[in-house]
Write a protein that binds this ligand. Structure first.
Ligand code: CO
Length: 295
């Protein structure tokens, strides 16, 4: 049996500055989802731009999918907890996102892609997180990586907490992805009843926790199901401590802020309005993407 991972000491845990309730919305061709990180939180949660949570067992909520649409200027990280989604892009890449897998896509200068469900019934559950790129890297070539469940490092603590490390490093375990500019940490944490979990975090990194099953106590505040807790950036803090009285599941996301202007227009996130106009113009004239798009 694999040895339990020892938790690094956290002596000055962060508190919750604000609790956020997601906004029910629909996107793509009519997929129902909850937008947890909305545009008004982009500065506060820099370098993260958006977090959507989708969870439904009603095919009417997801069957329409996300037909062809463009992106420029940032990265999308799609984590499929349950269900199957087919991804295709203009460069001919294709992949199946499923049960516990992650797709990390760098839109860079431009991509046109679709994300369509490959199931007609059953549960579809997961998250899409948008991570910003620094100004000097917004126009890099598009890139993506499909990370199947088996390639996402996982550890178990002595108290039976299971942690999947999608990005960054937690308690000495390096995750599937790293990014130099923003140092993202992305954990999926599954806590049994009466357990405690902690992980270290630089005080200057912006961070939030989203509870998607059960409830958790974080820095003395109870965080209910489907709530996001934004962690205060109090100087001298060294991490975060989660306490579960009943079984709970949550994602923890943290990153180093870029401190650059953010201008979003739909699927484009740039630094200036001029760059947005440029993106719209490039899309219209067919040079948003490197490779000519073929349906
Ligand atoms: Co997309």
């Amino acid at each position: 049996m694999k040895q339990a991972t020892k938790l690094e000491a956290v002596t000055q845990p962060r508190t919750i500055e604000r609790i956020v309730t997601g906004v029910p919305t629909s996107d793509g061709a009519g997929v129902k989802l909850t937008r947890v990180l909305t545009q008004n939180l982009q500065q506060r949660l820099d370098p993260f731009l958006m977090l959507d949570n989708f969870h439904s067992d009603d095919p009417d909520d997801y069957i329409a999918g996300f037909p062809d649409h463009p992106h420029r200027g940032f990265e999308t990280i799609t984590y499929m907890i349950a269900g199957r989604m087919r991804h295709r892009d203009n460069a001919g890449h294709e992949g199946l996102l499923q049960n516990g897998g992650v797709q990390w896509m760098t839109a860079g200068r431009g991509i046109i892609h679709s994300e369509m469900p490959e199931q007609e019934n059953g549960v579809m559950e997961g998250f899409q997180l948008w991570l910003n790129l620094p100004a000097r890297r917004k126009m890099i070539p598009a890139w993506y990586r499909d990370i199947p469940k088996a390639e996402i490092p996982e550890y178990v603590t002595a108290e039976g907490v299971t942690v999947r490390v999608i990005a960054g490093t937690s308690n000495g375990v390096a995750g599937a992805m790293t990014r130099e500019d923003t140092e993202p940490l992305y954990l999926d944490i599954d806590l049994p009843a009466d357990s405690l979990f902690s992980t270290t975090l630089p005080a200057t990194h912006n961070a939030f926790i989203y509870v998607y099953r059960g409830e958790l106590t974080v820095g003395g505040t109870l965080l209910g199901e489907s709530r996001m807790g934004i962690l205060a950036n109090t100087p001298q803090t060294d991490g975060v401590v989660l306490i579960a009285s009943g079984p709970a599941k949550a994602i923890l996301v943290a990153g180093k802020p870029l401190g650059e202007p953010i201008v979003q227009h739909g699927p484009f996130v740039m630094n200036t309005k001029e760059e947005i106009f440029q993106a719209l113009n490039d899309l219209r004239q067919g040079h948003l993407v490197d490779v000519k798009y073929k349906a």
